[in-house]
Design a binder for this molecule. Structure first.
Ligand SMILES: Cc1cc2nc3c(=O)[nH]c(=O)nc-3n(C[C@H](O)[C@H](O)[C@H](O)COP(=O)(O)OP(=O)(O)OC[C@H]3O[C@@H](n4cnc5c(N)ncnc54)[C@H](O)[C@@H]3O)c2cc1C
Length: 387
């Protein structure tokens, strides 16, 4: 066993840190959060570094599928701002990873080279107003009429829909077939006739354009069904397979980045802030809190990278990715809240990054499948008997 990060990942982290220092100063991250705006121009510069190609095979214009590298990029971007990490995920993961796993050859040829260059953003349309965890019961419908498909319904909490080119939409595609065999994915262009988008005002992850989306008789050619004809009614295996496993890791990587940023800030503050004549870092209660956070963060990174390694090797990782989502997101929330307390009242005021980290971290035990759902996944997949 070798736990060292490979040289190319360390180099990638250095490149990302230099990029962030240059293009995404703290003030910019605060402004994107305050204004709830996505820094598209900075994302374009990020794409020019080549990182969007990390999920796309060389045969389709990418750099080769490297899940650990993609997670390292997400972690590094999230240390500064989710408004930058989210468009990266929309391109490299919602677009690149999903189409590599489930697209037809024609769709791969059409989309992957552009995704690898960072030219397209995909939003993930799964959740609906009345359907959260129980995704197999979505009500948005797709009906085939000749060589077209008609989509009707609504999606909720669709991150990035207002800035996306395409909404990767889970639909019910068969009214007769049993549960799990009646779902498909459709590539719905945001600009298609009948698509309406309304922004929502979220607690955290601001700058990532949280949206309500509705589809009113959206008519599309059949080649917009993911996997084309062979993908019809194959939505559940596409969702429950590698796509959702990696989606859990993306969310965990964002949480890890945020926790890491919060700990860096609290660590620095513990040296600067003096009370009772000494730096607060000299008080045992603060030292122990920060030491606990360091240990938990190190464990969280290992759990995440182990699951990312399995996913990268195309090995089964359903249990490990749920464990990573559960452990990293719960640990990251604990770390961020502890770090906020180390900063006292200064961790509670707008304009201080810690206040934003707190708002942001609270969404991660919900988004991408709640902690309770990850526990269900682990127990079910490991066949824990109910009686
Ligand atoms: C910031 C943010 C961004 C998001 N982005 C997207 C996106 O891009 N695309 C998208 O499709 N969705 C997105 N979501 C939605 C997210 O994936 C859902 O919120 C999540 O799946 C949970 O659904 P829900 O909120 O409707 O909760 P519900 O499913 O209604 O659950 C409510 C509560 O009940 C618990 N619960 C439900 N069922 C069970 C069960 N069987 N066992 C135990 N407990 C259970 C849950 O754990 C939760 O605590 C986003 C959410 C947030 C907050």
């Amino acid at each position: 066993m070798d736990f060292r990060e490979p040289d190319h990942i360390r180099l990638l982290r250095d490149t990302m840190r230099a990029f962030i220092a240059r293009e995404a100063p703290r003030e910019a991250a605060q402004r994107w959060d305050r204004e709830d705006s996505t820094p598209r121009a900075v994302f374009e510069k990020l794409a020019a570094t080549g990182v969007c190609a990390l999920t796309v095979p060389e045969s389709h214009g990418g750099a080769g599928r490297d899940i650990i590298a993609a997670m390292a990029v997400i972690e590094e971007l999230s240390r500064r701002s989710l408004a930058l990490a989210v468009p990266y995920i929309m391109c490299a993961c919602y677009g690149g990873m999903n189409l590599v796993a489930a697209g037809s050859e024609k769709q791969r040829a059409q989309y992957l080279p552009r995704l690898a260059r960072g030219e397209l953003l995909f939003a993930y349309g799964l959740t609906e107003p009345d359907i959260g965890a129980d995704l197999a019961n979505v009500r948005t419908r797709a009906t085939r009429r000749g060589d077209t498909v008609i989509v009707n319904g609504a999606k909720r909490f669709c991150t990035g829909a207002a800035i996306a080119d395409t909404i990767y939409t889970l639909v019910r595609s068969d009214s007769e077939a049993p549960k799990y065999k009646n779902l498909s994915f459709v590539l719905v262009p945001r600009s298609a006739k009948g698509v309406s988008i309304a922004r929502m005002d979220g607690l955290g992850m601001r700058g990532a354009s949280l949206c309500d989306v509705s589809f009113d008789d959206v008519e599309l050619p059949l080649d917009h069904v993911v996997g084309e004809d062979a993908g019809w009614n194959q939505g559940w295996p596409m969702l429950a397979g590698p796509a959702l496993d990696v989606e859990k890791l993306e969310v965990a990587a964002m949480a890890l980045g945020l926790a890491s940023a919060a700990l860096d800030d609290a660590w620095a503050y513990a040296h600067e802030r003096k009370q009772f004549g000494v730096a607060i870092g000299a008080h045992q209660s603060v030292r122990h809190v920060l030491a606990d956070c360091k240990a938990t963060l190190a464990a969280a990174r290992l759990v995440l990278m182990h699951a990312a390694w399995l996913a990268g090797e195309n090995r089964p990782c359903g249990v490990e990715s749920s464990m990573a989502k559960l452990f990293v997101c719960e640990s990251a929330e604990t770390i961020v809240l502890a770090c906020q307390r180390v900063m006292g009242a200064y961790g509670c005021v707008a304009g201080v990054d810690m206040e934003r980290y707190v708002r942001d971290i609270l969404v991660f035990n919900i988004a991408g499948g709640s902690s309770a759902i990850q526990k269900n996944n682990i127990a079910n997949r490991l066949d824990l008997k109910r009686g």
